[in-house]
Design a protein around this ligand. Structure first.
Ligand code: AHG
Ligand code: MN
Ligand code: MN
Length: 337
């Protein structure tokens, strides 16, 4: 069987589909190479003293793990000199990183969550990397935080890597969703699934149930109905999964359907939800929509949200279309009453 590598796939996207420019192809290749380096470090774990905390906090006030810091450095160093970027932004950096003047600059902006699911590092459960690519619209002038504050609809590419039993790269450039598996011996990404599609219906949900007492009424109503199972208004039983790594939960949904929710809740009114819009919610929403699913805050499509700041948090409800639309309808009903 002839294998398609990531490089061949991207050249094809550039030539026939005209979906990407050569600079974007380079950018994606560089990010994918960085993910390979992160996978190597993740795989070493305690052997290289890579588990545990780094002893520092990030801008979100979260304790950084050693692998959060290392993964951030790997992505930064890999992407700085290629000439394809104007700037970068990361969960682990307070402000944006402008490409230094000693390197050529490009028109793309790269945002990433270098290591997603950090709480799972030390317990050897799947973790990942999430990235989003935007194109600088304010062509004149230096890059600033404002250059990054574009809605998710402006993304030209998005993807994630999962460091699990196999290392995967899931990618969209706006022409469907494609999955590559890392061939560890060859060191290459091999296309293993094209045009992934999420089933419209599902009997599986993912939410951190320990937050139930903080939820708003529409989320509570939806989950109560699922929990009531066959005897309840939905007339069927639902199963629950929560990995606590968004990459792993989203990848399961992409593979076999489901609904993922990290809704806004009443704990901290100034923080709408836990997940970050620009490098978690937006790239995942782009992928989910490209796979035929849906993604909402409950009140509006995530990809339409105009960001106000780089590390903004947002309510996330995404996955199988019919379930996501039902949750959105419950929000609309509760607003009217
Ligand atoms: P990160 O490790 O990048 O900070 O992200 C963790 C996120 C996400 O991956 C996951 O869905 C969620 O936090 C888990 O939250 P709980 O610990 O509340 O379950
Ligand atoms: Mn994350
Ligand atoms: Mn992270």
């Amino acid at each position: 069987m002839r294998r398609t590598t990531l490089t061949q796939f991207l050249v094809e996207q550039q030539r026939s589909a005209r979906a990407i420019k050569p600079e974007l192809r380079l950018l994606i290749e560089v990010v994918a190479r960085a993910c390979k380096a992160i996978a190597v470090n993740v795989g070493k774990g305690a052997l290289a003293n890579l588990l545990g905390n780094a002893g520092t906090d990030n801008v979100q006030g979260e304790a950084q793990k050693k692998l959060d810091v290392i993964s951030n450095e790997i992505l930064m160093e890999a992407n700085e000199w290629g000439g394809h970027l104007a700037g970068m932004a990361s969960e682990e950096m307070e402000t944006i990183h402008e490409i230094p003047n000693r390197y050529p600059k490009g028109e793309y902006l790269l945002l990433f969550d270098p290591l997603d699911g950090s709480s799972n590092i030390d317990v050897n459960v799947s973790i990942g990397t999430i990235f989003s690519v935007l194109k600088k619209t304010d062509e004149l002038g230096p890059v600033s935080e404002r250059s990054f504050l574009l809605p998710g609809t402006a993304q030209v590419a998005a993807g994630y890597a999962v460091y699990g039993p196999t290392t995967l790269l899931v990618l969209t450039v706006g022409t469907g969703v494609h999955c590559f598996t890392l061939d560890r011996e060859m060191g290459s990404w091999v296309l293993t699934q094209s045009n992934l599609k999420i089933p419209e219906d599902t009997s599986e949900f993912a939410i951190n149930m320990s937050n139930m007492r903080h939820w708003e009424p529409p989320v509570r109503r939806y989950i109560d109905e699922l929990l009531a199972g066959r005897e309840g208004p939905r007339g069927k039983d639902f199963n629950m999964r929560w990995v606590a790594s968004m990459v792993a939960d989203v990848h399961r949904i992409l593979t076999r359907g489901g609904i993922f929710m990290y809704p806004r809740d009443k704990r901290e009114p100034d923080k709408p939800g836990k997940l970050r819009l620009m490098y978690e919610a937006n790239p995942m929403s782009f992928i989910i929509e490209q796979a035929g699913g849906a993604s909402t805050t409950g009140l509006e499509r995530i990809l339409d949200v105009r960001p106000g700041k780089l590390h903004e948090r947002i309510s996330v409800i995404l996955g199988s279309r019919n379930e996501v639309e039902r949750v959105a309808a419950y929000h609309a009903e509760s607003r009217r009453s």
